[in-house]
Design a protein around this ligand. Structure first.
Ligand code: APR
Length: 309
C-alpha cells in the first residue's frame, strides 16, 4: 500500500480548511482542485510551506485539472456557491447541481474505487445527485452534515452547562435543513442523560439553535457560510474511512428501506470504515420523533424532486 490520496474539489473556505486539517493529521497526500486559476496552486503551496514548521509530512498540490486526482482513496466535494444571507440552501440548488454533476463525472472516471464525501449544499440533495451520477455502490457515496450538526449541538450544550465538549455525545437524524431532528434522548454528558441536567425548555432552545446553526454563522459572516466546523466534520469522516476506524457517526446516506424510507439521501447513524458506509444503524424512535423525521424526509424529497433527474 502506497500513501493514501485525498482529493478535495473546491479550494474555497471549506475545501482549503479541510486540506489544512487533513495535512496536519497526516491522513495522506492531498490534491486541491478548483476552477479559479492559481487559487488551488497558491493555497496548496502555502500549506505545504507550513509543513516544515508544523512538522507534518503530507504532500499538498493544487491544480485546475483532474489528472492529479487519479486513484484517490477519498474525494471530498466542496465545489459550489455558498449560502449568502437571505438565501436558503434550496436557492443554491440550481447553481450547485451543474457544478456537482460535472465534478462527479471528472472524479469517478479517474478514481473508480474512491469514497465520495459531499459537502456542497443543499447537502442531502447534492449527495443524492452524486450517488446517482457516480454509479458507485451506496457504501461509497455519502454526505457530511450530521457530524457538523451534532458538533453544533454538543458545543451549545457545553457552553450551557459550562463543561468540556469532550464529555458530550449527541445523535441526530434527518436532512441538513431547518427540519433536522436532533435527538436529546440520545444525548448524554459523560453517560448522564441530558434530561437530568437541563430542563426541557432549555433543551428545546438548544435544539432550535442547532437547527438554525448554519444561518447563525451566515448572519454573522454576511459574505459567506461556516467553514471551520464543516471542514473538521468532513475530515473526521475521511479519517474514519482512511484508517478503517469503524466509527459510528451521523452521515447522509442513501436509504433503501431503512427507517421506512427508500430512494432518498438522509442523515442516519452509520458505521464508517475502509469500505465507506459499512452499515446503517436503525435506532428506536418515539412517535413524536418519527413524526419529526417524516417531516424532514418530506422536505428533502421536495428538494430532490427539484433536481428533475
Ligand atoms: N469545479 C471546481 N471548483 C469549483 C467549481 C467547479 N466546477 N465551481 C466552483 N468551484 C469552486 C469555487 O471557485 C470556490 O473556490 O468552489 C469553491 C467554493 O468555495 P467557497 O465559495 O469559499 O465556498 P465554501 O464556503 O467553501 O462552501 C462550499 O460547502 O458548506 C457548503 O454551502 C457550502 O455549498 C457550499 C460549499
Amino acid at each position: 500500500m502506497g500513501r493514501k490520496k485525498i482529493s478535495i474539489i473546491g479550494a474555497g473556505f471549506v475545501g482549503a480548511t479541510a486540506a489544512h486539517w487533513a495535512a496536519e493529521k497526516e491522513l495522506g497526500d492531498i490534491v486541491l482542485v478548483d476552477i479559479i486559476e492559481g487559487l488551488p496552486q497558491g493555497k496548496a503551496l502555502d500549506l505545504f510551506e507550513a509543513s516544515p514548521i508544523e512538522g507534518f509530512d503530507s504532500r499538498v498540490i493544487g491544480t485546475n485539472g483532474y489528472e492529479e486526482t487519479k486513484d484517490s482513496d477519498v474525494v471530498i466535494i466542496t465545489s459550489g456557491v455558498p449560502r449568502k444571507p437571505g438565501m436558503s440552501r434550496e436557492d443554491l440548488l440550481e447553481i450547485n447541481k451543474k457544478i456537482v454533476e460535472s465534478v462527479v463525472t471528472e472524479v469517478v472516471s479517474r478514481s473508480p474505487q474512491a469514497v465520495l464525501i459531499v459537502v456542497t449544499n443543499p447537502l442531502d440533495t447534492m449527495t443524492y445527485l452524486a450517488y446517482k451520477r457516480s454509479g458507485f455502490p451506496r457504501e461509497r457515496v455519502m454526505g457530511m452534515a450530521g457530524v457538523l450538526d451534532t458538533a453544533r449541538f454538543r458545543a451549545f450544550i457545553a457552553m450551557e452547562l459550562g463543561v468540556s465538549v469532550e464529555d458530550i455525545q449527541a445523535l441526530l437524524l434527518g436532512g441538513h435543513g431547518d427540519e433536522m431532528v436532533p435527538l436529546p434522548r440520545y444525548t448524554t454528558v459523560s453517560g448522564i442523560p441530558l434530561s437530568q441536567l437541563l430542563p426541557k425548555d432549555r433543551i428545546d432552545q438548544l435544539v432550535d439553535r442547532t437547527r438554525k446553526g448554519g444561518g447563525e454563522i451566515v448572519n454573522l459572516l454576511k459574505t459567506g457560510s461556516a467553514f471551520y466546523a464543516p471542514s473538521a466534520g468532513v475530515i473526521q469522516m475521511a479519517e474514519a474511512i482512511l484508517k478503517d476506524k469503524k466509527r459510528i457517526l451521523p452521515c447522509c446516506a442513501y436509504l433503501d428501506g431503512e427507517y421506512g424510507l427508500r430512494d432518498i439521501c438522509f442523515g442516519v447513524p452509520v458505521k464508517l470504515g475502509a469500505k465507506g458506509i459499512e452499515s446503517i444503524i436503525e435506532i428506536e424512535l418515539t412517535e413524536e420523533e418519527k413524526l419529526l423525521l417524516a417531516r424532514s424526509a418530506e422536505s428533502v424529497r421536495k428538494s430532490i424532486a427539484e433536481l428533475k433527474l
